[in-house]
Design a protein around this ligand. Structure first.
Ligand SMILES: [Zn+2]
Length: 356
């Protein structure tokens, strides 16, 4: 029995990997740009959305990144940032998401005088407003923030300190984002050492533009509890996709520790980390027992949401039970206290009508 769109929308979902600056509503981007006289390639929401997806799918990183120049340009005041965060939560709630961790790099929103702490405050206000607005619409959702440092820049220690200063007030984790190749976690060793000493949750983009060695460094030096994407961890599995796969020590560790891999199916195809949804390594990794989770990454840039990503996977043969397992892995992988993760897991079990 195939799931209908409405049935998929109704399923509880948990999002661990979604960038605030990659997920604006096209209408909002156009409106905010008009307010500040910023020029966009299109002022029609559909044309603009199509333009971004075409760029994302072009295989050209410069074109892919163009979208972020536009989105961050209109996220430089507290009001703009709060609005984007609020809408992100509401949009996810409408798609059946019961918990979302939204990530962003504070340093990218300081061009017009905001401090990084101002940015964190503006996002937090937006998350709270979004949760309240979703509740008014009848949706129960929780939202938290992850702070990213840009891996090609030098603010990671400062961002790590900022994350610690905002611990317990909606900021639940740390990540490094941006170009993976050439900018390994080792370049940010001081930040990771501090966070490790403070037992603060870390997830790291790895195994997307670089191979399994990058995942190894994220887990070791970065002490990451989750991996952003991690698609290329399959490169550490000899005979991957055959009857007799042999796991290297990196893949074995991720499997043994049940490290949640934050897969973003469409985005992974757009960046070339996966060849297609049908041939995405996540299916095989799931069958081997890895803790696969399903995420959006950049809703606007890749033209996706959680409903469309679930639909893509169902099209690739995923069953309701597969979706359930991935969602449950995400619930347990959330950077939340144990009892709150257990509550999330209960909601997932209940929503799927499954036994844990
Ligand atoms: Zn990402």
């Amino acid at each position: 029995m195939t799931l209908t769109s409405d049935e998929i929308r109704a399923l509880p979902k948990v999002v661990l990997h979604d960038h605030l600056d990659g997920g604006l509503r096209p209408e909002t981007l156009i409106e905010l740009a008009a307010e500040i006289g910023y020029e966009l390639p299109y002022t029609d929401p559909d044309m603009l959305a199509k333009h971004f997806v075409a760029n994302a799918n072009s295989g050209d990183l410069v074109r892919y990144l163009e979208a972020f120049a536009h989105t961050t340009a209109v996220m430089q005041t507290a009001a703009q940032i709060t609005r984007v965060a609020r809408e992100a939560v509401v949009d996810h709630a409408r798609d059946g998401v019961i918990y979302v961790e939204l990530r962003y790099a504070p340093e990218q929103h300081c061009e017009k005088g905001l401090s990084m702490q101002d940015v964190v405050d503006a996002v937090q206000t937006g998350l709270e407003e979004g949760v309240a607005e979703a509740a008014e619409e009848g949706f129960g959702i929780r939202a938290a923030a992850l702070l990213c440092a840009m891996r090609h820049l030098d603010k990671s220690l400062e961002v790590a300190e900022l994350a610690l200063a905002n611990r317990g007030t909606g900021c639940v984790g740390f990540d490094i984002a941006g170009p993976e190749l050439g900018f390994p976690p080792a370049k940010h060793a001081a930040a990771f050492a501090l966070l490790r000493d403070e037992l603060f949750p870390v997830t790291i983009h790895a195994g997307e533009a670089d191979g399994a060695g990058s995942v190894s460094q994220a887990l070791g030096l970065g002490a990451a509890r989750r991996i952003g994407h991690g698609v290329r961890i399959h490169e550490d599995i000899e005979g991957f996709g055959t009857e007799t796969p042999v796991l290297g020590h990196i893949a074995q560790y991720a499997l043994d520790q049940q490290i949640p891999l934050e897969m973003c199916p469409t985005s992974n195809v757009h960046t070339g980390a996966a060849e297609s949804i049908a041939n995405h390594p996540m299916h095989e990794l799931r069958d081997l027992g890895f803790a696969i989770t399903i995420n959006t990454d950049d809703k606007l840039v890749s033209g996706v949401d959680m409903v469309s990503e679930f639909e893509e996977l169902v099209g690739a043969g995923w069953t309701t039970e597969d979706l359930f397992e991935a969602t449950l892995a995400a619930a347990w992988g959330a950077f939340l206290p144990y009892d709150e993760r257990a509550d999330l897991a209960d909601l997932v079990v209940e929503g799927y009508g499954m036994d844990e």
